[in-house]
Design a protein around this ligand. Structure first.
Ligand code: ADP
Ligand code: MG
Length: 282
């Protein structure tokens, strides 16, 4: 078994492209994540969630600290970590099947085996019958299913997801959240899931790590003890869910989810002004 993730005192500074000043986005983020755990990373817009995920993926070298997978330091991207992007990242000129098989092709898996595996994965994510379609022929929800299937096909021990459902309508999002949990329970990869949606974080996770305003540190690390398997019907009225939602919203310094969404829409630039002046802190 594998997929233990050690996030060891990460920090990340950027040069602001406008002011040329050095901005520390990630102050000090640490977490020890055992294999198979589903962990959400939540925090205000611009606090460095994507930055942390990109460091774990190996796309970005941290200014300080280290990430270890099963005890080995991450030096770049690797097949042990699969990344699901928000914008699906499908190749528009490839069929669903070829898109799902792409990671396997890169690894030299023979054609027949790739095809079988891609079809199996398409079935698993509810895309049976759509294997020969192109991305533009699919809805947003279906494209994201294909994006998830492509990552799952390579059986990574760690899955990294950055707001994977952010551009999908609310109803489809709930369906996909349930689907991803169902699939996760069959393969049980370790998951690091970035979101700014409190309900999504609670619903999906074994554990929610709350980051504060930048330079971000871990404000809270909360275990979610709701029973699994979970469906929205069971979870949404559960007293523990209601309690956790109120607790997380308070921690994030907002009245409700709409306020968080608005901050996200305004973009990090706007939030940053509020962040540095501390107006969003309670
Ligand atoms: P989040 O995903 O939590 O919204 P990000 O990790 O995208 O936050 O960004 C954290 C902060 O770092 C933001 O203030 C953002 O503007 C800044 N930042 C991110 N990437 C870069 C970059 N490549 N160059 C300069 N600043 C960046
Ligand atoms: Mg982000």
């Amino acid at each position: 078994m594998s997929g233990a993730l050690e996030i060891d005192h990460l920090s990340q500074s950027y040069v602001d492209p406008y002011s040329k000043e050095i901005v520390t986005a990630v102050g000090d983020v640490a977490a020890s994540i055992p294999e198979g755990q589903f962990v959400s990373l939540i925090g205000p817009s611009g606090c460095g969630k994507t930055t942390v995920l990109n460091i774990v993926a190996g796309f970005l070298q941290p200014s300080g600290g280290e990430v270890r997978v099963d005890g080995s330091a991450v030096a770049g991207p690797g097949p042990d970590r699969g990344v699901v992007f928000q914008d699906f990242a499908l190749f528009p000129w490839m069929t669903v099947e070829s898109n799902i098989a792409f990671g396997l092709k890169m690894r030299g898996v023979p054609k027949g085996e790739r095809r079988n595996r891609a079809r199996e994965m398409a079935g698993l994510v509810g895309l049976a019958g759509f294997e020969q379609k192109f991305p533009h022929e699919l809805s947003g929800g279906m494209r994201q299913r294909a994006g998830v299937a492509r990552v799952l096909a390579t059986e990574p021990s760690i899955m990294l997801m950055d707001e994977p459902f952010a551009s999908i309508d609310a109803q489809t999002r709930r369906v996909l959240q349930q689907e991803v949990l169902r699939i996760w329970s069959t393969q049980k990869p370790t998951v690091l899931f970035v979101t700014h949606d409190v309900e999504e974080a609670i619903f999906m996770s074994d554990r929610v790590i709350v980051l504060g305003n930048r330079p971000s540190t871990v404000q809270a690390d909360i275990m979610i003890d709701l029973p699994r398997p979970r469906t929205w019907n069971q979870v949404q009225g559960h007293p523990e869910f209601v309690r956790l939602r109120a607790q997380l919203l308070t921690m994030l310094g907002v009245e409700d989810q709409d306020e968080l969404n608005q901050n996200e829409l305004d973009g990090p630039g706007t939030t940053n002004i509020a962040t540095t002046s501390g107006t969003r802190k309670r």
